[in-house]
Design a protein around this ligand. Structure first.
Ligand SMILES: [Zn+2]
Length: 412
């Protein structure tokens, strides 16, 4: 459904600057028997709110289509990822002086990787995740997880059985939520008086400056930056008091939010600095956003040219890793099974299926090593170093990697 109001400020004046065409949801990997059937696709267009400056998709795919359908995302698959979650827990436990009595609730907790780290650092933990198959894996791993959407009802149930939370975390989940007012009501019910909400998400300024257009997909409704978030939280009588920047997912930021007037701790100076940086970059100006869109179109032209040249010269090209962002890149650039023989991937939930849209078979890394193609397009370029290390055998035998973003380049 196309939106009529901004999800943070309810403003209705938008400027549309990017159209990534009509694509199927990035996590709808297909089984062989589904390939012949119809495949739904939806508009993937980006607008900026001219009232509060939130960058967002203008079309919302219903969450029951996106998430409950045997959702194949498992967050624990890379070492860099695990190190990141450990650092997250350690930093937070120290900053907020958390103890055993403090309940940390992770919204969209997936298989429980972040909560595992919080538990290792001594707090009590609880997960909430709407994907039943994923919540089951978490429970089996010993991280208690409620299979539900995070809303007021879920929050009241938790308060009744576990009490209030000292910390609520949402990592790569806040930007996925359409009804943010409902999320904030649930937060208000669940958080104790001194409690802290921590949102971690890719930072829009990084997306803009590094041409990370492939982080745009249907699950990802908002592209967060500090200016609109500050205003949004203030409208719920809360305030941003700390922001930390991290390299993960092409550049993310971690935003700490508390109730207004409950703490003596001063608001960090980083907040004024980041607001100034967003202003200085003219991140919300039409001219800046239009230039971004032109650069995106150029990236598609360059990448297609590179791959088609290789094919014409008889080279065998495949993909490596199949993250959601990779599907935006493949579908927007029109790269399908005619260009890539297969995509090699670690996650058992995706192996044996086919990519949405392009219908490229997903195989295990072993197949890549067995078949030793000439080139491998790195779709999870944010974990490039680790993936290239894992596949050293491929490059030792002469295989080369292609990193698509910000400018397509061949490595190795
Ligand atoms: Zn707005």
């Amino acid at each position: 459904m196309f939106i009529s109001k901004c999800r943070m400020c309810s403003g209705s004046s938008f400027y549309k600057f990017l159209d990534l065409t009509q694509t199927p949801p990035a996590d709808q990997f297909l089984f062989a028997e589904q390939l012949k059937g119809p495949e739904e696709s939806y508009p993937l267009q980006v607008v900026v709110c001219e009232t509060c400056s939130l960058v967002q998709l203008n079309y919302v795919v219903p969450p029951d289509i996106l998430y409950c359908n045997d959702y194949p995302y498992e967050s624990s698959t890379t070492k860099a990822g695990r190190n990141h979650w450990n650092e997250f827990a350690e930093t937070t436990v120290r900053l907020l002086a958390l103890e055993k009595k403090d309940l940390v609730i992770d919204v969209g907790s997936n298989v429980g990787v972040l909560l595992q780290m919080f538990r290792n650092h001594g707090t009590t933990v609880l997960g909430v995740d709407p994907a039943a198959n994923i919540a089951e894996i978490a429970n089996r791993n010993g991280i208690e997880t409620i299979p539900a959407f995070f809303n007021s009802e879920t929050a009241r149930t938790i308060v009744a059985s576990k009490g209030h939370a000292s910390v609520i975390t949402g990592t790569n989940v806040f930007a996925h939520i359409d009804d943010l007012g409902d999320f904030m009501n649930a937060t208000d019910i669940l958080l104790n008086q001194q409690g802290v909400l921590i949102i971690e998400a890719p930072y829009f300024l990084e997306l803009l400056q590094n041409l990370e257009y492939d982080t745009i997909y249907h699950e990802h409704l908002s592209y967060l930056s500090l200016k609109p978030m500050k205003r949004f939280f203030e409208s719920f009588n809360m305030e941003v008091f700390e922001v930390q920047r991290r390299d993960i997912h092409g550049g993310s930021f971690r935003v700490f939010v508390r109730r207004r007037g409950v703490s003596q701790r001063p608001v960090s100076g980083v907040i004024a600095e980041l607001l100034a940086a967003e202003e200085y970059a003219r991140a919300y100006d039409r001219a800046t956003l239009d230039k971004f869109a032109r650069d995106v179109a150029q990236n598609r032209t360059d990448l297609r040219r590179l791959l088609l040249d290789l094919k014409r010269n008889g080279k065998r090209v495949v993909g490596v890793s199949a993250p959601a962002k990779g599907m935006t890149l493949l579908n927007y650039c029109g790269i399908g099974a005619d260009i890539l023989d297969f995509v090699a991937e670690k996650s058992k939930l995706k192996i044996g299926r086919f990519t949405p849209g392009g219908h490229i078979p997903v195989v295990s890394d072993e197949v890549l090593l067995e078949q030793q193609p000439d080139y491998a397009l790195l779709l999870a370029w944010n974990f490039a170093e680790e993936i290239m290390n894992n596949l050293k055998q491929f490059s030792d035998r002469g295989g080369k990697f292609i990193i698509p973003i910000p400018n397509p380049k061949i490595v190795g």
